[in-house]
Design a protein around this ligand. Sequence first.
Ligand code: F6R
Length: 613
Amino acid sequence: MCGIVGYVGDRDASQILLKGLKRLEYRGYDSAGIVLINGGLKYCKGKGKVEKLGKMLKQNALAGTIGIGHTRWATHGEPNDVNSHPHLSESGKIAVVHNGIIENYTSLKKQLIERGRTFQSQTDTEVAAQLLEEIYTTSKGVTFEEAIRLALKQIVGTYGLAIVHTDRPDRIFIARKGSPLLLGIGDDEMFIASDASPIVEYTNKVIYLDDGEMAIVTKDNYEVKTIDDVALTKEVHELAISLDAIEKAGYPHFMLKEIFEQPRSIADCMRGRVNPDNGAIQLGGIEDVLDELVNARRIVIAACGTSWHSGLVGEYLFEYLAKTPVEVEYASEFRYRDPLIGKGDALLVISQSGETADTLAALREAKRRGALTLGICNVVGSTISRETDAGVFTHAGPEIGVASTKAFTAQVVVLMMMALAVGKRKGVLRQEQMLMYTKELAKIPSKVEYILEHIDEPVRKISGLFTYAPNFLYLGRSYNFPVALEGALKLKEISYIHAEGYPAAEMKHGPIALIDEMMPVVVIAATDHTNDKMISNIEEVKARKGRIISIMNDENSDVEDLSEFHISIPSTKDCFSPLLTVIPLQLLSYYIAVNRGCNVDQPRNLAKSVTVE
Ligand code: F6R
């Protein structure tokens, strides 16, 4: 949600910032801008995508070797030229880019206006620039760095900030509370970014800023301190992401690339963790707390969006495989209740980005109340992964498409491995069961590969017939009920078609009223233990002339005969079926969105990594 990039060195800063913003564009794409220090501040910004900014810069090149840039997902003020970042102070000497929300900006702005300052934009960020300037120019003997600290003390809310001032033309100041920021260390050059994607092509040495920290960055040095001015020595981490992983590799969209990466990402997620020869599951990240997890009264899973859907699959898995009671919560609801969680409970948060504000807040709340906290994250070094007591990385590789695909399947694989590990340690799964489950799990990547090879064409054809359907219904049972929710979410997000997912039997309690000959109903009928019940539900849809598209196991003539269209996938154990059934749904939403001419990777109003509440 909004991207920040910064550069200081000897190269052409505007090109580095522009490229960095392009890589960060999946985080927000309402508007974009950069500012360079070269004598004074030179900036270029405007509504629209980074490509447009690039064209503006071609006409009006900015020269300089130090600068900051931003791509925006609007929170305060509509996306327009004036509201785009960077925001300058009244004198034009200070420029700020900001992720997060300044919650008390209205009162700060009012006070600043009363004291004579004039504002250009409706943003909360401009308040930071103006406040900073006021403190710096009116407080005697205060350095610019001190002024930043004083301003931050007055700001309530969240921020990842990058600031430049013409008085200090060799440096960038950054500060973090709630919105991620990292510093990339090069040879006589430094990079700043809100995530690693703009940095990987230049350096793999990074420092993650923590909340309450700031840094002063010049081309050959950096100082990290708390915002109370206590100097810190930070660990330098090595990035493991390659440049290939953040490029499209010949696919028209990141989303399609990421869908097709799933045989590999699922295999990577299991690598070294699932041993089908001896039935063992080895999860190093939770080994130290496994007994505590096994003895937990219950597991509460908190997450948002697609990660919440994987959490729902996790509920079925933990209850079936490990006999552990599980509750799944929207992180946003959990954090604002008075949740009954504490010592003896385990909170498991799931987050691709590891930065989602509500999920992070849920984690902190549960920690404060004494629960064991665990995380399933994709982004190594992310805040959630650093703040949980223990956790398992999904190792799906960078997910750039805004609609989550490979992160979902990898999260579900981790949940499967965790449930098996807990079930085994608890003594509810016998060795022969572990052998059977691990053998089947190990076959999943090749089954996904088979699906992708065989269903791409049929799904494409079906998508063509339903491109302009105004509504869609998705039905599933048991492990595939969350997949129905996920299929509906994918379609809404990228094609803007209204879609709902339901547990199939629940359809009778209301949604059945929607079914007529215009309504496509996607039925996930690929779990054996619910097959008969599912067939009854399909009959109910058919009796009302709904248009049935079913996802079924290879040979299921009952389902096939009832369906207008069917997509056959290989069978697996019921509890692993979401890993296979979700693939056709991802492709269906992708092709429908492409047919409708939608921007698949950057759907309207959305952004990857929701770092504001
Ligand atoms: C859906 C999607 C969102 C995210 C949600 C949580 O395709 O991408 O619903 O799943 O914003 O994000 P993470 O997993 O990063 O916490």
